[in-house]
Design a protein around this ligand. Structure first.
Ligand code: SF4
Length: 373
């Protein structure tokens, strides 16, 4: 099912966003997308926020699709000058069947041996499995799926209504199986776990179990965020379709809030962690290792520090403690020298002299290094 869409081709000046550091979820350093607007039109989609959809009426988000012409050429020109790192890309909304720009962009990644992270709500990604295999052979890549509910959830009908233009969740799990069988790292983004809709015990367990059963290796959990015009759009949707939910959502998302307040998010995240342990997968995405990366050990240490920051966060530890590890992860990420050289030349003093390296994270880095050296 799709809404009737208007396609507006245009030529952007650039297509590649380069980030100062990789994020701690998907480990991507770059991002580049072929379209703006999305025909899947999920009611909770943060891309309707002003910061992503400036001058776009949120009502038009799923029916007015801007199509980036010459996207592959722009991407090639940008990537040849960049150090190889993970590119977050791809978009498998229905427009892709007609325009094929995601495929052209993947061809560039294959040519330049850039690893990719792709997140999809559609099994259309399987059309490009040949390219994903080739890319993965040169630079480990990841193809993940957005999934928030399974038919086992008592509220599945509500969750489906909120993403009714996206293909059924069963087809996404089936696609995940094929991707996993092709030897490509896959898993899910369980985002947003909609309060009161997706957070019941049955759904949390069914989503994690189905991920593991279909070859997924991670479940990344995240909450709903609501800002500016998207918040208004979402509440209008609730009022029209699920008025019973409105009072609770008004409590969780009072005026001025972005994340849910007075909602036990930590408990949900810890439950996801327990379920992942039960089914033998992880609640963090393993960081892909880029072949020939001279700073691979730094990246591994940064990953371990970021994992620790996440653990402290979901355990409800004080913010300053969480931030100490987050900053330490960034500090190691920013090092231009192999951290093993720093440690072997200067010992613990060398580790402590890294800017933004706190005392406790520094001690942990020493332990991590002794496990890796
Ligand atoms: S598929 Fe993703 S980008 Fe598209 S509307 Fe849904 S949440 Fe937004």
């Amino acid at each position: 099912m799709t809404n009737r869409a208007v396609f507006l081709p245009y030529r952007p000046k650039t297509i590649l966003n380069s980030h100062k550091r990789p994020d701690h979820w998907f480990w991507s350093r770059y991002s580049a997308y072929p379209y703006t607007g999305c025909q899947h039109g999920c009611k909770f989609c943060y891309s309707r926020e002003v910061k992503y959809a400036h001058a776009v009426d949120p009502q038009d988000f799923d029916t007015t699709i801007k199509v980036k012409e010459k996207a592959a050429d722009l991407l090639r020109r940008a990537l040849v000058r960049k150090p190889v790192d993970i590119l977050c890309t791809g978009d498998y909304q229905p427009a892709e069947r007609e325009f094929g720009i995601t495929r052209q962009m993947l061809e560039v990644c294959r040519e330049l041996r850039f690893p990719v992270f792709m997140l999809s709500r559609s099994p259309l990604i399987l059309r490009d499995l040949d390219l994903l295999r080739d890319i993965n052979a040169a630079a480990p890549s990841v193809a993940a799926f957005s999934i928030i509910s399974t038919p086992e959830s008592p509220h599945h009908a509500i969750a489906r209504c909120m993403e009714n233009l996206a293909p059924p969740v069963e087809t996404r799990f089936a696609a995940m199986r094929e991707i996993a069988d092709a030897g490509i790292l896959t898993g899910i983004c369980f985002m947003p776990i909609l309060p009161g809709v997706c957070d019941d015990k049955a759904n949390l367990e069914a989503v994690v179990r189905a991920t593991a059963e279909n070859g997924g290796r991670f479940v990344l959990a995240g909450g709903l965020t609501l800002a500016d015009q998207q918040k208004e759009f979402f509440f209008n949707f609730l009022e029209e379709n699920y008025p019973d939910l409105v009072p609770r959502y008004r409590t969780w998302y009072p005026p001025g809030s972005y994340d849910a307040v007075s909602y036990p998010w930590n408990r949900i995240a810890l439950r996801i962690r327990e379920l992942c342990e039960k089914y033998g997968i992880r609640d963090r995405m393993p960081r892909p290792v880029i072949p020939g990366d001279k700073l691979a050990v730094n990246k591994r240490i940064a990953e371990l520090l970021a994992d620790k920051a996440y653990e402290l966060e979901i355990r409800g530890e004080p913010n300053h403690y969480v931030w100490a590890y987050r900053k330490a992860a960034w500090a190691v990420e920013d090092l231009e020298t192999d951290i093993r050289l720093v440690y072997s030349a200067l010992g613990v003093k060398g580790i402590r002299s890294i800017p933004d390296m706190g005392e406790q994270p520094g001690r942990d880095v020493e332990k991590m290094l002794s496990g890796l050296m």
